[in-house]
Design a protein around this ligand. Structure first.
Ligand code: URA
Length: 217
């Protein structure tokens, strides 16, 4: 049976409330940034639920009683890939959950004429161990240009599609179509799927330029 890309939009009042704050054009920069970080935390909580390998171990409680325990298997590397700039705001909320993850920054700037993504910074490792879990942080999945370029780069370095998840704030049908055509095993967690893009490639209704709004530019 052919696999299908999965997109999860966790139905939770916290996520909806934070999304409303991000959408509101009157939200000031510091509040916007902290709402994106909080969205990152809740979405990562959901995305990592069945993604991080665990180990069954035994621990002794202060009562000297052995207790069965489940812990995160730290032998399996976790790599977080924030896509600059806006991915940094998601990172702020996620890193406290997984403090020993390695962070590999990727910088993409959208060429406003071609709407294509130009890579200006690549801090990926030369090679990912195939079992490495990779979490891509890309708040706005609009045309899919950046996210497909990011996926290609990560796969070139040896990561496996089934070990990659994307966390986004809002995604739009063109990006979802571009990703699902190429990566049937991919899993995405997002706060919302919006309707369409405008002629400039912005998500509608969206939240505007996530990088500008997160960093006050
Ligand atoms: N990038 C953004 O920051 N916003 C959009 O609406 C689309 C791409």
């Amino acid at each position: 049976m052919a696999l299908q890309m999965r997109i999860h939009v966790p139905p939770h009042p916290f996520i909806n409330q934070l999304l409303a704050v991000c959408r509101d054009k009157n939200t000031p920069t510091p509040i916007f940034r902290s709402a994106v970080a909080d969205l990152g935390r809740w979405l990562a909580y959901e995305a990592l639920r069945d993604f991080l390998p665990t180990l069954e171990v035994g621990v002794y409680t202060p009562l000297e009683m052995p207790a069965a325990a489940t812990v995160i298997d730290s032998r399996v590397p976790l790599a977080v890939v924030p896509v600059l700039r806006a991915g940094l705001a998601l990172l702020d909320g996620i890193l406290p959950l997984v403090p020993s993850a390695s962070v590999h920054h990727l910088g993409y700037a959208r060429n406003e004429k071609t709407l294509l993504a130009d890579c200006y910074l690549d801090r990926l490792p030369k090679v990912f161990e195939p079992e490495t879990r990779v979490l891509i942080l890309e708040p706005m999945l609009a045309t899919g240009g950046t996210s497909v370029a990011v996926m290609e780069k990560i796969l070139e370095r040896g990561a496996l599609v089934e070990n990659i998840r994307i966390i986004s704030v809002i995604c739009a049908p063109p990006a979802l179509q571009a990703l699902s055509q190429r990566y049937s095993d991919l899993v995405i967690y997002s706060a919302m799927i919006d309707e369409h893009l405008n002629e400039q490639g912005y998500i509608v209704p969206g939240l505007g330029d996530a990088g500008d709004r997160a960093f006050g530019t």
